[in-house]
Ligand binder design. Structure first.
Ligand code: 5GP
Length: 187
């Protein structure tokens, strides 16, 4: 079985930009589209960024054992569907997952073969500035995300690698070099 690549990062770290770039540069990687009960943000498309479903549907999927892992993050549910991972693996590609620290721990406990990378902001202050500039969350929501980020940063030692997103280009290059070293078939 191909190793899965797992990214975790506090919200606002720039994870989406980094993941998009590495997917563009390494054709043998494929993004695992998660399922969520969160409302879509402007510009987010069903089946591209997430599969957006209702809470009732999500519960049914849990009961049907559809998820490899799932977690509740800031009041919404998010899950990695087995179908998504199986589809990517049967294409002979390496799945790239973007999941929270709780989900990462579940997969580590299940001993799923993975390369785990934690992306972190240069500082909490810079994270606050980035979340404010993104303008997609209210001030209260930003503070919740900051509190969660402080907790998540403690999980860094549980990951194989940690990369600081200070300069975007540098962070991308660092992630690509880790992937090329660890999963040579990704190119
Ligand atoms: P956002 O709402 O900002 O897109 O994502 C919030 C958090 O949910 C992020 O930390 C993201 O990594 C996490 N997340 C996204 N998809 C999944 C998933 O399938 N499983 C888990 N456990 N977390 C996810």
């Amino acid at each position: 079985m191909n190793r899965l690549i797992l990214f975790s990062a506090p919200s606002g770290t720039g994870k989406n930009t980094i993941i998009k770039e590495i997917l563009a540069q390494r054709k043998n990687l494929a993004y695992s589209v998660s399922t969520t009960t969160r409302k879509n943000r402007p510009g987010e498309e069903n089946g591209v960024h997430y599969w957006f479903i209702s809470i009732e549907q999500f519960r049914k999927e849990i009961d049907g054992n559809a998820f490899l892992e799932y977690a509740e993050v800031l009041g919404n549910f998010y899950g990695t569907s087995r179908r998504e991972i199986d589809r990517i693996l049967s294409d002979g590609k390496t799945p790239v997952m973007d999941i929270d620290v709780q989900g990462a721990r579940i997969l580590l406990q299940k001993k799923i073969p993975m390369l785990t990378i934690f992306l972190k902001p240069p500082s909490i202050e810079i994270l606050r500035q980035r979340l404010t500039a993104r303008g997609t969350e209210s001030a209260k929501e930003i503070e919740r995300r900051i509190q969660l980020a402080i907790e998540e940063i403690h999980a860094e030692p549980e990951f194989d690698y940690a990369v600081t997103n200070d300069l975007l280009e540098k962070a991308i290059a660092e992630v690509l070099s880790i992937i090329d070293r660890e999963i040579p078939s990704a190119t």
